[in-house]
Design a binder for this molecule. Structure first.
Ligand code: NAP
Length: 642
C-alpha cells in the first residue's frame, strides 16, 4: 500500500514538466540517456507546454524518475559530476524542444546559475580592490526591482551606497500599481531574480500583492531598507568638475532639502512610472471621480456605478474584467485592440506538486526556468522578425508572423462566436509583436461580452463634466472615469534635472530623443548610469529582470574599473555611443515593433523606437559581461574648473 510520502511524490510527478524533470534526472544520476530521442518533447505552439508524449511514455518517465527521486530523498546525495558542455548542450536542445545554438550554452549556464555561480556575482576579491571600493559612494535612485538589485550587488561588492526613494516603501511598480486584477504577465518562475528563486509562487502569474511581498522579502533578506531614504525625491543632480563627484539635491516629504555627494549615480526609476493622461479636449472637466490606473482610487466604490474606461492596453486588460461585474454599466473606449496570446493557466494556482518538485528535486527549478526562458524569449523571436522582402498583408511582417497571427486571431474569434458583432473590433490589424501582447485566458472578451459592458471604438472627441463625447457626437454619461492610458515612457528620467560636464542638461542633450550606450551611459555624463534606460525594453521576449541583472553587472563592473584604476571618472566615448545607436536603430526596423504599420509607446515623438532592445537577449548578456575600458575615457584627475 502506498504511504503518504509515496502519494505526495506521485501527485508531484503528475504536475511535472517532464522535459525539465528528465534534465534534472541527468544531474542526479549522471546518466545522459534520460534525455533520449524518443522522449524529446514536441511542443505545441501557444500551448502551455504540451509535450506531445503519449500517456504511456509519460507514465514510464514518471515511474523511472520516481525511483531516482526516492533514492535521492533517502540519502540527499548527487554522486554524479556536473554534466559536461556537450551533455548540457543536448539537455538544452531537449528541454527547449529545438536545437538551441551552441553559442547559447555559456549564456544559459550562467543565467540559470547551473554551476551554482554566475558572472553576475560581483568579484571584488583582492584586498587592494576591496579597499578602494570601500572609499567610493554610489547613490541609487529608486527602490523598485532594479534599485534593490543594484543595492544587493553593491553591497556584495562592498561598495557603500544609498538608495533614495520617493515612496514610503520599497517595491516600485509593484508598490504603486494596486488596481484590481494587477498581476505579472511573465511567468513568475522567470520573473524573479535569477539568484533568488521563489518555489512558493502561489500562481504562475501571481497577483500584485505577491510580487510586492517577494520584493519586500528580498529587501529584508539583504538588509536593504537600512540603506534607503524613503519619502525623499532627487530633484536634481550636477557633476562637480572640480571634485569629480555628483552633487545631488534631495527634497524630503516634509520640505527639508539636503545636498549629498556621490562618486557615481545609478537611476533605477523604471520606464513606466509617470502616468500619461491623453491631451483630449476637456480633460480635467469631468465632475465625478477620474483617475489613472496607476493611481487607483480605492476610496471610490464602483458598485452600481456607470464607468468609462479609456484604453485597452495591458493595465485595462487586467482591471476591466475585475470591475465589470460590479458596474451598473461599463463603457470601454478602445483605440486599438490588444493582441492576446492564449495562456489558459494565466489565473491558475501553481499545483502543490509543482511547488514540491521545484523545492525538493535539485535542478528541476533551473530547467523549468530554462524552458520558460527559452520558449518565451529567444525561441519566440523568430515569430516577430520582419522579413525585408515581405510582400504579404501589412497585418503581418513575415511568414512566421502571419502564422502566429492566424493562430492568435483564431483563438480570439472562437471566443466571440456568439457575438459576431464584436469580431471586427477585437482582432488587431497591426502585426502581432508590434505592441506588447497580453495573456488571454478568456476573461477579457468574457467581460466585453457582458450585457452591462459596451465596447466603443469611435474616437474620443472630448471629455465633458458628464462623461465622454465620441466622434459620432454621442455623449456617454458616466459616474466614474478611469484612464488606462499608459505612461510617458519615452520621456526618460522626466522630472529629474541632470547637469553633466560643461553644465549641459541631459534632457537638452537628448532633445526628446533619449539615447544611451547599452541603455546605461551617455557621453558628457561621467559616472552616471541608468538601469532600464533607452533601448533596454522588450516587447515579446521575456522578463525585464533579466535586463536589470545584466545592467547592474555592467554598472558594478564600471565601479570596479574606478576602484581598480584609481580613475575618478568614467565616461563613454561619443563615437562608441553613436555607432551603437546607429546599429540599434537599424536593427529595430527588423522587428514587428519597428514596423511602419505600428504606432505605440515604444516609439518616441520622432517615430524612433527609443525603448526596445533589437537584438537577442544573449547579445545584451554578452555586451554587459564587463565594461570594455576602450569604450570609455577614464580620467584620473578631476577636470580643471573652466
Ligand atoms: P498602454 O499599453 O500604453 O495602453 C494605453 C492604452 O490607452 C492603449 O490601449 C492606447 O491605445 C490607449 N489610449 C492612449 N491614448 C488614448 C486616447 N487619446 N484615446 C483612446 N485611447 C487611448 O498602457 P498600460 O496598459 O498601462 O501598459 C503599459 C505597459 O506597462 C505595458 O505594455 C507593460 O509593459 C506594462 N504593464 C505590465 C503589466 C503586467 O502584466 N505586469 C500590467 C500592466 C502594464 P493605442 O493602443 O491605440 O495607443
Amino acid at each position: 500500500m502506498a504511504n503518504a510520502a509515496d502519494t505526495e511524490l506521485d501527485l508531484a510527478l503528475e504536475s511535472a514538466h517532464l522535459p525539465a524533470l528528465l534534465a534534472a534526472m541527468v544531474h542526479i544520476t549522471g546518466d545522459a540517456s534520460w534525455v533520449r530521442p524518443e522522449w524529446t518533447p514536441v511542443y505545441v505552439p501557444l500551448s502551455r507546454g504540451e509535450t506531445g508524449l503519449s500517456d504511456a511514455v509519460q507514465a514510464e518517465i514518471r515511474a523511472k524518475a520516481k525511483v531516482v527521486i526516492q533514492a535521492y530523498l533517502s540519502d540527499g546525495k548527487i554522486a554524479a559530476p556536473a554534466p559536461d558542455g556537450v551533455t548540457l548542450g543536448r539537455m538544452m536542445d531537449f528541454v527547449g524542444g529545438m536545437p538551441v545554438p551552441e553559442e547559447y550554452a555559456d549564456f544559459l549556464t550562467d543565467e540559470l546559475a547551473i554551476s551554482g555561480k554566475s558572472t553576475k556575482d560581483p568579484q571584488f576579491d583582492q584586498p587592494q580592490l576591496k579597499d578602494a571600493a570601500r572609499k567610493l559612494k554610489v547613490l541609487v535612485i529608486g527602490a523598485g526591482m532594479s534599485g534593490l538589485l543594484a543595492g544587493i550587488r553593491l553591497s556584495q561588492a562592498g561598495v557603500p551606497f544609498e538608495i533614495v526613494e520617493s515612496n514610503a516603501d520599497v517595491g516600485g511598480t509593484w508598490l504603486v500599481n494596486t488596481y484590481p486584477g494587477c498581476r505579472v504577465d511573465n511567468s513568475n518562475h522567470m520573473y524573479s531574480y535569477s539568484f533568488e528563486p521563489n518555489h512558493g509562487w502561489p500562481q504562475h502569474f501571481s497577483p500584485q500583492p505577491e510580487l510586492l511581498k517577494y520584493f519586500q522579502g528580498v529587501a529584508a533578506k539583504y538588509d536593504l531598507k537600512s540603506h534607503v531614504r524613503f519619502e525623499t525625491r532627487v530633484e536634481s543632480l550636477s557633476w562637480d568638475e572640480a571634485k569629480s563627484v555628483w552633487r545631488i539635491e534631495l527634497l524630503g516629504k516634509d520640505g527639508s532639502a539636503e545636498t549629498v555627494e556621490a562618486n557615481a549615480v545609478v537611476t533605477a526609476v523604471g520606464q513606466l512610472n509617470k502616468p500619461r493622461i491623453p491631451a483630449i479636449e476637456g480633460v480635467g472637466t469631468f465632475e465625478g471621480p477620474a483617475f489613472h490606473s496607476a493611481e487607483w482610487r480605492h476610496d471610490v466604490d464602483l458598485t452600481g456605478k456607470r464607468i468609462a474606461v479609456i484604453g485597452t492596453g495591458a493595465s485595462a486588460y487586467q482591471f476591466v474584467p475585475e470591475i465589470a461585474p460590479k458596474a451598473a454599466h461599463l463603457t470601454v473606449f478602445q483605440r486599438s485592440p490588444p493582441w492576446g496570446l492564449p495562456v489558459p493557466h494565466y489565473h491558475e494556482d501553481v499545483p502543490e506538486g509543482m511547488k514540491w518538485l521545484l523545492d525538493r528535486v535539485p535542478y528541476y527549478d533551473k530547467w523549468y526556468r530554462f524552458w520558460l526562458f527559452w520558449t518565451t524569449t529567444e525561441g519566440f523571436l523568430p515569430m516577430v522578425k520582419a522579413d525585408p522582402g515581405w510582400n504579404g498583408p501589412t497585418t503581418a511582417v513575415g511568414e512566421a508572423n502571419l502564422g502566429l497571427r492566424e493562430m492568435a486571431a483564431a483563438a480570439l474569434a472562437a471566443q466571440v462566436e456568439d457575438r459576431p458583432d464584436l469580431l471586427p473590433n477585437v482582432v488587431p490589424t497591426y502585426p502581432l509583436g508590434g505592441k506588447r501582447a497580453v495573456l488571454d485566458n478568456g476573461v477579457w472578451l468574457g467581460a466585453l461580452k457582458r450585457p452591462n459592458v459596451d465596447l466603443v471604438t469611435q474616437a474620443i472627441s472630448k471629455i465633458t463634466p458628464k462623461g465622454v463625447v465620441t466622434a459620432d457626437g454621442v455623449e456617454h454619461e458616466v459616474d466614474v472615469l478611469i484612464y488606462g492610458t499608459g505612461f510617458t515612457a519615452s520621456k526618460f528620467l522626466s522630472g529629474l534635472k541632470v547637469t553633466g560636464r560643461g553644465g549641459r542638461e541631459l534632457h537638452d542633450v537628448w532633445a526628446g530623443d533619449a539615447r544611451a550606450y547599452l541603455g546605461m551611459t551617455t557621453p558628457g555624463f561621467p559616472n552616471f548610469f541608468m538601469i532600464y534606460g533607452p533601448n533596454t525594453n522588450i516587447v515579446v521576449n521575456g522578463s525585464i529582470i533579466f535586463f536589470s541583472e545584466c545592467s547592474v553587472r555592467y554598472i558594478v563592473g564600471a565601479v570596479r574599473l574606478l576602484a581598480e584604476t584609481g580613475a575618478r571618472a568614467i565616461e563613454v566615448k561619443q563615437g562608441v555611443h553613436d555607432a551603437f545607436n546607429i546599429r540599434v536603430d537599424e536593427a529595430n526596423k527588423g522587428w514587428a515593433w519597428g514596423s511602419a504599420n505600428v504606432t505605440s509607446w515604444y516609439k518616441n515623438e520622432f517615430g524612433r523606437v527609443s525603448q526596445n532592445w533589437p537584438f537577442g537577449l544573449i547579445d545584451y548578456w554578452r555586451a554587459t559581461l564587463a565594461p570594455n575600458p576602450d569604450d570609455f575615457v577614464l580620467s584620473k584627475q578631476p577636470e580643471p574648473v573652466a
